[in-house]
Design a protein around this ligand. Structure first.
Ligand SMILES: [Zn+2]
Length: 145
């Protein structure tokens, strides 16, 4: 269990998106994440996966996108270590990595549960669902065990 968010959470600066259907058109992403699945949207017409998930295809403007599962593991293509200026509720150092999941999907995400000195390009990492305040979740990655 990750305990990073279990501090006195600063509600004036809320870094966790609202995730309910009432507040977020992409709430399915967070529902899937709570179930341990990293998902995104795909345009069936263009056969293209997007990151981040979208409600409309930027190529053909279709709004009938489907949800697809992404690999829960990826490869670190580069990384940066933040050693100062952490946002409230976060502890330093923080590691941010460019992670490639598939040919089409890669992104920058936090890497946790690793000593910064052990970070290497090419490392295989796996999804971690991180609990957040108000029954929300966020995602991060850790070295694959
Ligand atoms: Zn399309």
């Amino acid at each position: 269990m990750i305990r990073e968010f279990n501090l006195n959470y600063v509600y004036i600066v809320d870094y966790v998106p609202q995730q309910s259907q009432e507040h977020n058109k992409l709430y399915t992403f967070f529902e899937n994440l709570k179930a341990g699945r990293l998902t995104t949207t795909r345009c069936p017409a263009c056969t293209r996966d997007f990151w981040p998930p979208r409600t409309v295809c930027p190529t053909c403007y279709s709004d009938t996108l489907e949800w697809v599962d992404l690999h829960a593991t990826g490869k670190v293509r580069g990384f940066s270590i933040q050693t100062s200026g952490a946002a409230p509720g976060f502890t330093l150092p923080m590691i941010f990595a460019r992670i490639q999941l598939t040919d089409q999907v890669g992104f920058i995400a936090r890497v946790i549960e690793v000593d910064p000195q052990d970070m290497v390009v090419g490392m295989t990492v796996e999804l971690v669902v991180v609990p957040a305040p108000q029954n929300r979740v966020m995602w991060a990655f850790r070295p694959k065990k």
